[in-house]
Design a protein around this ligand. Structure first.
Ligand SMILES: NC(=O)c1ccc[n+]([C@@H]2O[C@H](COP(=O)([O-])OP(=O)(O)OC[C@H]3O[C@@H](n4cnc5c(N)ncnc54)[C@H](OP(=O)(O)O)[C@@H]3O)[C@@H](O)[C@H]2O)c1
Length: 314
């Protein structure tokens, strides 16, 4: 990728897309083109094709999606499948029509089979079995995007990479307590408890283990992948944390160690997920942020944002 290339980012207001836009701009890319819900409904085929071909991009980061946490995916199976299939299909087809050189699509670790054929998870194993039941329809829609990329390379020569991402967190996430991902929903709960003097009720028993990556590191990783990677590439920090470690770190940051209550009746999700990061390491990527630094930056951002909202500066 040259600094003068036209680089389009879908989902440009989302957690990942906004971090990618910020990272590319900081790196000196001069033609970063933002596609968000404000200028294009990616569920609409004609509109997507018109907008993407109109921008004449050389490279496309596809980070738009209908994204939920575990409870959201369980309660919105049809919606998640339908929207993600349409969005991915429209964007990948439009990338071909636009004559883009390469597309890098955000995928998810949920695409891996469960039980895992081997651990850590290796990109070659994605299609070796059904995904975990809690995220199945979302995962199938995301797998279809990967199959579509293989077909579009075979028939149209579209270059691609597919980012198989661990859990991400950072500013501009959806801080939704019920349907959101684990870190933003915890941050919203901690904030609420701090404001009201109440307790923080945490789902599950804290034993599930995941790799968490701060979104600025994700943006740097996917930019490396766009420049030099191909095919499916796992991304992660290389550290697997228990949910309990995340809760303890947030409790320390917010000085609320004595206000945590566990609700073991709520789902834990998959018990253990770690990624083989050989492909990513071979591209020369190393994370720059520790878990604590990332959580602190996210917490500070969220507090500032809530403060602005309460002052009516939203
Ligand atoms: N967050 C994670 O932990 C994580 C982990 C693994 C993989 N990923 C993958 O990373 C990608 C980005 O996720 P994210 O966390 O950044 O999600 P996000 O914050 O929800 O961002 C997705 C963006 O896509 C937009 N979008 C959704 N439907 C659209 C439509 N029909 N037309 C135009 N824009 C639309 C959303 O706009 P609205 O907000 O207006 O709906 C949102 O800004 C997804 O593919 C996801 O599967 C994320």
């Amino acid at each position: 990728m040259d600094k003068t290339d036209r680089v389009l980012v879908t989902g440009a207001n989302g957690l990942v897309g906004s971090a990618v836009v910020e990272h590319l701009t900081e790196q000196g890319y001069e033609n970063v083109l933002e596609v968000s819900r404000q200028n294009c409904d990616l569920m609409d085929k004609a509109e997507t094709e018109a907008v993407i071909t109109g921008y004449r991009p050389n490279y496309i980061f596809h980070a738009a999606a209908r994204v939920y946490g575990i409870m959201g995916n369980m309660k919105n199976r049809a919606l998640s499948f339908h929207e993600n299939i349409l969005i991915n299909t429209h964007v990948i087809h439009a990338s071909h029509l636009a004559g883009a050189r390469k597309i890098t699509v955000m995928g998810t670790g949920a695409v891996y089979p469960y039980p895992s054929p081997r651990l850590p998870l290796v990109e070659d194993d994605i299609f070796l079995g059904r995904p975990h039941g809690a995220e199945e329809s979302y995962a199938h829609a995301k797998r279809a995007a990967l199959a579509m990329l293989e077909a579009y390379e075979a028939d149209y020569g579209l270059e691609w990479a597919y980012v198989v991402s661990c859990n991400l967190f950072g500013p501009r996430d959806k801080f939704d307590i019920e349907f959101g991902h684990v870190v933003p929903s915890l941050i919203a709960k901690f904030y609420h408890a701090k404001e009201t003097g109440g307790q923080v009720t945490v789902w599950g028993d804290g034993s599930a283990q995941r790799d968490f990556l701060f979104v600025n590191d994700c943006a740097a990783a996917v930019t490396r992948i766009m420049s030099a990677g191909r095919g499916p590439v796992n991304i992660g920090s290389g550290n697997v944390y228990r949910i309990r470690d995340i809760v303890d770190t947030l409790a320390r940051i917010t000085e609320m160690e004595d206000r945590i209550k566990w609700d073991a009746t709520k789902p834990n999700g998959q018990d253990y997920r770690a990624y083989d990061l050989s492909r990513l390491s071979a591209l020369g990527f190393d994370p720059a942020y520790s878990l604590e630094e990332g959580l602190r930056l996210t917490w500070d951002w969220y507090c500032r944002r809530q403060n602005e909202k309460s002052l009516g500066n939203d």
